[in-house]
Ligand binder design. Sequence first.
Ligand code: ATP
Length: 192
Amino acid sequence: MSRIGIFGGTFNPPHIGHTRLAEHFVKELKLDRLLVIPTYQPPHKSADNLASGEDRINMCMLAFPDAVISTVEMNRGGKSYTYDTLCEIKEQYPGDELFFIVGSDMLLSFNRWYRSEEILDMITLCAADREDDGAELEMPEFLKGKRVIITKLPPFELSSTQIRECVSKGESTQGMLDEAVRFYIDEKGLYR
Ligand code: ATP
């Protein structure tokens, strides 16, 4: 039985906050494999200035060189519901233990996800704080008694939105992105 980490996101673009979070859990939970799953179409937010699926997959390959970049949501198309994705992953990895990695914004809104109860029966939810507000991230009431790990990784405030804004204003994104991703965005003229 392997321990599989699953990290989904829009990754528009993937940034240091993402890689740091995923690497932390790979180490802490001794995961055998990390699946990074770029969303085709996020169900919960508007997709302004969304780079193509191909570009986001390519950037994920550069940002997560040791991970498997899964095209399951890209291939399925439509709104990317995590429940549907996990059903497919369960078929691909029968008998393996699944750890689903999220930042605190996703943890706190988890009860509004499509089929959240069923999702919680399929995975262990692994979360870290992303807001540097001095307060410790607490377990929401609706997750008490479920398989949830809230790690102590100090928050690193950064979002893809911030990066898209920097690029469109011609400001530097140094220290926010893996250098190879930075180069890719520049070469392809993304987010200008
Ligand atoms: P956007 O600004 O476009 O909304 P984002 O930066 O929130 O994007 P997503 O691709 O939507 O990035 O995030 C994928 C996952 O990574 C989510 O679970 C999110 O909570 C988590 N995440 C994103 N940024 C961070 C961060 N800086 N620290 C910890 N987790 C993060």
